[in-house]
Ligand binder design. Structure first.
Ligand code: GAL
Length: 337
């Protein structure tokens, strides 16, 4: 072979190698397929973020396989087998590495809370400084959503494996859509849609975060809010939540309070512009501070595809404050930096 042909061949091989390698994500494309750094679509729905020792961990529902509608229910109860909880890690909130299944579903024992026939939704993980454990809470339900419980699992490592402890009806009440919030003083709170989703509860967790402390408050009474995401901004507590229309989008609302167990007030819809009244075809799941822009946050939502749940997408948008009001605007493409 001639020397020049050889060089051309080697150059061609190098170029082919480069084009095969996954490109780094620089921007967020709400509603588009979002691939992890291994090149697979991210599968972490109804998720939440833990920031631990310089790394972000994204936990979410693994939705895989066929979606079907539960035939005996009047409402549109679409579901797929519970896959467990996936974990991804990232340094920049944009490029995510699949760490594996942090809490797998159970294939054999059909009575187990984590059996594939059950519902495992909206997992959130927090870290307990005193015990050194990572604590996961999640919505556990039966396929008809009548079990309405909160499940708890713990691990020594952020990426798992988590050990499932138990499920409960916190403070003796129903618990469905939920989130966790750790305050600056290290106390942790569980927010959950209760009383047939009509009233939200906020419950102070015990010292090791694995059970309710017994101190709780009924908030947003008879407002029928779900999909709560809670954050703190300039000393006030904020919640973005959705209405109760199953997998279909509806308007978001902001609720505010001066103290976490105080008198929460629902004040306005933070979304502005076209499709704001459908939360840009998404439902809230978490709000994370944007580390690159002080005083700004990232709204994390799910765009559910109810007849193909595995193909549900993520709608992450900038959440900023304008004249003291939280605002979420649509961006087809944006950068967190
Ligand atoms: C939604 C809820 C989702 C899921 C769905 C089932 O209202 O936010 O997490 O439970 O209902 O239809």
């Amino acid at each position: 072979m001639m020397k020049s042909t050889k060089i051309a061949l080697i150059l061609g091989m190098i170029m082919a190698l480069f084009s095969c390698a996954e490109k780094e994500n620089t921007n967020i494309y709400p509603g588009e397929v979002w691939k992890d750094i291994q090149g697979n679509p991210i599968n972490a729905h109804g998720g939440g973020i833990l920031f631990h020792e310089g790394t972000y961990y994204w936990y979410g529902e693994m939705k895989q396989g066929k979606t079907w509608r539960v035939p005996y229910l009047k409402w549109e109860c679409y579901r797929c087998d519970a896959g467990g909880v996936n974990c991804y890690s990232s340094k920049d909130l944009v490029n995510w590495k699949h760490e594996g299944v942090a809490l797998p579903s159970v294939k054999v024992d059909s009575t187990h809370d984590l059996h594939t026939s059950k519902v495992i939704e909206r997992p959130k993980v927090i870290y307990n400084r005193n015990t050194g454990k990572f604590v996961m809470w999640m919505h556990i339900d039966s396929e008809d959503y009548q079990y309405a419980r909160a499940g708890v699992a713990i691990s020594d490592h952020p990426q798992g494996p988590f050990t499932y402890l138990q499920s409960m009806r916190p403070n003796g009440a129903m618990s469905r859509d939920m989130t966790l919030f750790v305050d600056d003083d290290g106390k942790a709170y569980h927010f959950y849609s209760s009383e047939k989703n009509k009233t939200m509860h906020v419950s102070l967790l015990n010292d090791d975060f694995t059970a309710p402390s017994g101190k709780y408050k009924r908030i947003l009474e008879k407002e029928s809010r779900e999909a709560p995401a809670v954050w703190k901004h300039q000393g006030k507590y904020y919640m973005v939540s959705s209405g109760c229309t199953g997998w279909s989008p509806n308007p978001a609302q902001i609720s505010i309070c001066d103290s976490i167990m105080g008198d929460w007030k629902t004040v306005y819809d933070p979304c502005v512009g076209a499709d704001a009244n459908k939360t840009f075809f998404s439902q809230s799941t978490y709000v994370v501070p944007n580390p690159y822009r002080k005083g700004e946050y990232i709204y994390m939502g799910d765009r559910w595809n109810k007849t193909n749940l595995e193909d549900s997408r993520y709608v992450w948008l900038p959440l900023s404050f304008e004249n003291g009001k939280a605002k979420i605007e649509w961006h087809k493409e944006w950068s967190v930096k």
